[in-house]
Design a protein around this ligand. Structure first.
Ligand code: ARG
Length: 446
C-alpha cells in the first residue's frame, strides 16, 4: 500500500485488517469508475486554473499526466489494485509520481466525497446511454420482424388458455413498444440525474470561488447539484433511479424470455432458438436447451436484488457516511450483468425461426367466437345478445381461416392495423446519439 493520502503526523498506527475491511471491493469497483474520475479530475484542474489556484501551465501538465494515466490504465500498464486505498488515491499518487509537488495540488477545493459522487454520475450517464442504445436496437429488430411476419398467425393466449387468433406482427410489435418505453425511461432518468456535484467538496462547500458551472459544462452536465449537503444525500437515491431504468428493461426481457421459453417447448413447438444460444445436457443426449433464454429471464432477479441491497444501505442521516460506499457494488454489478445480457438479445431475436404451419394449425375454430360476436354487433345486435348467440353456435366456426380473422382486426394497434409507422416514429425520435440533449429543459449555466 502506498501511503494513505490522509496520513499526517497525528495519524496513529493503522490496522491493516481494518483497512482491508474498509476498502472492501473498492479498488476493484473503482476500475469501472476510474476513467470518469480521471475526466472529472482534468476538468477540476482546469477549473482551478481559472480561479488562479493553479497556473495554466500546471493545469495543462496535470491534464496531460491524467491522459497518460488513462492510456496506461487502458493498456493494462497501470493496474488499480490493493497498492491503493481507492481510485481517488491512485489518481493523486500518479500525479505526484509524475509531477511531484504540482501533482499534490489537485485536491484543492475538492474531497473524495464529491469526487466519487461526480464519477458515479458520469458512470450512470454512460451506462444509461448504453441501456438506451441496446433498448433501441432490441426495439428495431422487433419492429423489423413485426413488419416481415405481420401476417403469420398464432393462437393468442389469456390465462395461458387459447383466446383469439393473433399474429406474430402483434406479438413482435408488443415487445417493440415495451423497449421503446424502456428507451424513453432510460433517457428520462439519465436527464434527471444529469447534474454535477463536483465542487461541493466534503458536503459544505469551500472557501474558494470555484468555477463550478464551468467545470460542469466541460463535463457535459447541463446543471449543478447546488447544495453540498444534498450532493451527498442524493447518493444512492440517484443510483436507485438508474437501477429502475435498468429493471424496467430486464422485467420486459423476463416476459419476452418466458414467451420464447414456452414457444420453444415441444408442447408449443412454435419457434426454434438458434444453436448459438443453446447448450446440451451432460446426460441426456437428445437435449438442446435454450439456456441463454433462461438466464436472460433470470437477469431481472439480479437487478431487483441489487436494488434491494442498495436501498437497504440508505437509512442514513444527512451528509457523507462511509456506508455510502456500499451503494457501489450493487449498482456496478447490476449494470455490468444487465448490459451484458441485454446486448445478447438482438442476436437472439434475429436468429429465431418460426414454424408458421404449426402455429396456424394450433388455432382451434372456437377461437373465432369473439370475431363472430362482433360481426353480429356490426349487424346491429347488442353485444351481450351477440355474445350468447356466438357461444351457442361455436360449431359453426369450423370453416374459418385465421388469416381472415387477422385481416378484419382493424382497430388501431390490432393485427390488421399495427401502426408500426407510429412506433417507428417514436423510436426514431428517442434514439438519439446523445440521449441527454434535452428539448425542453433550460440550461442551468449563466
Ligand atoms: N470509497 C468512498 C465511497 O465510495 C469514497 C469516498 C471516501 N470519503 C471519505 N470521507 N472516506 O464513499
Amino acid at each position: 500500500m502506498t501511503d494513505y493520502i490522509w496520513k499526517k503526523d497525528s495519524t496513529g498506527e493503522v490496522d491493516e485488517r481494518v483497512m482491508r475491511f474498509l476498502a472492501g471491493q473498492d479498488v476493484v469497483l473503482d476500475r469501472e469508475l476510474l476513467p470518469f474520475d480521471i475526466r472529472a479530475s482534468k476538468a477540476h484542474a482546469r477549473g482551478l486554473a481559472r480561479i488562479d489556484v493553479l497556473t495554466a501551465a500546471q493545469a495543462d501538465a496535470m491534464a496531460e499526466s491524467l491522459d497518460r494515466l488513462q492510456a496506461a490504465f487502458v493498456s493494462g500498464e497501470f493496474v488499480l489494485d490493493e497498492r491503493f486505498e481507492d481510485g481517488h488515491s491512485a489518481i493523486e499518487s500518479w500525479l505526484i509520481g509524475e509531477l511531484g509537488e504540482i501533482g499534490g495540488r489537485i485536491h484543492a477545493g475538492r474531497s473524495r466525497n464529491d469526487q466519487v459522487a461526480v464519477a458515479l454520475r458520469l458512470y450512470m450517464k454512460d451506462r444509461l446511454r448504453q441501456l438506451a442504445a441496446v433498448c433501441a436496437s432490441i426495439a428495431r429488430i422487433c419492429l423489423e420482424r413485426a413488419e416481415r411476419e405481420s401476417g403469420l398467425a398464432l393462437p393468442g393466449h389469456t390465462h395461458l388458455q387459447q383466446a383469439m387468433p393473433s399474429s406474430l406482427g402483434l406479438w413482435w410489435a408488443g415487445h417493440a413498444e415495451a423497449f421503446i418505453d424502456n428507451l424513453a425511461l432510460a433517457r428520462d432518468i439519465g436527464a434527471w440525474l444529469d447534474a454535477s456535484p463536483l465542487g461541493t467538496a466534503s458536503g459544505f462547500g469551500v472557501n474558494l470561488p470555484l468555477d463550478r458551472d464551468g467545470v460542469a459544462e466541460e463535463l457535459g452536465f447541463p446543471r449543478l447539484v447546488i447544495n453540498p449537503q444534498y450532493a451527498q444525500n442524493a447518493r444512492g437515491k440517484v443510483e436507485l433511479r438508474a437501477l429502475d431504468a435498468l429493471s424496467a428493461a430486464t422485467a420486459d426481457l423476463r416476459r419476452l424470455s418466458w414467451d420464447l421459453s414456452l414457444f420453444a417447448s415441444q408442447e408449443f413447438g412454435f419457434v426454434k432458438v438458434s444453436a448459438a444460444f443453446c447448450t446440451g445436457s451432460s446426460i441426456m443426449p437428445n437435449k438442446h436447451n435454450p439456456d441463454a433464454v433462461e438466464l436472460l429471464r433470470a437477469l431481472h432477479g439480479t437487478v431487483v436484488g441489487a436494488r434491494a441491497e442498495l436501498e437497504a444501505v440508505l437509512g442514513l442521516p444527512s451528509g457523507y457516511q462511509r456506508d455510502l460506499q456500499d451503494t457501489k457494488p450493487p449498482l456496478i454489478r447490476a449494470f455490468a450483468r444487465g448490459i451484458d445480457g441485454l446486448s445478447l438479445v438482438p442476436g437472439l431475436l434475429e436468429g429465431l425461426e418460426w414454424d408458421a404451419e404449426r402455429m396456424r394449425a394450433t388455432i382451434a375454430p372456437e377461437l373465432h367466437a369473439t370475431d363472430r360476436a362482433n360481426e353480429l354487433v356490426g349487424q346491429g345486435q347488442p353485444f351481450r345478445a351477440a355474445y350468447r348467440q356466438a357461444a351457442a353456435e361455436l360449431d359453426d366456426l369450423a370453416g374459418r381461416k385465421p388469416e381472415s380473422s387477422l385481416e378484419a382486426r382493424v382497430s388501431p394497434g390490432g393485427c390488421a392495423n399495427l401502426l408500426l409507422d407510429r412506433l417507428h416514429e417514436r423510436l426514431d425520435m428517442l434514439d438519439q446519439p446523445d440521449p441527454w440533449v434535452q428539448t425542453s429543459a433550460p440550461s442551468g449555466h449563466g
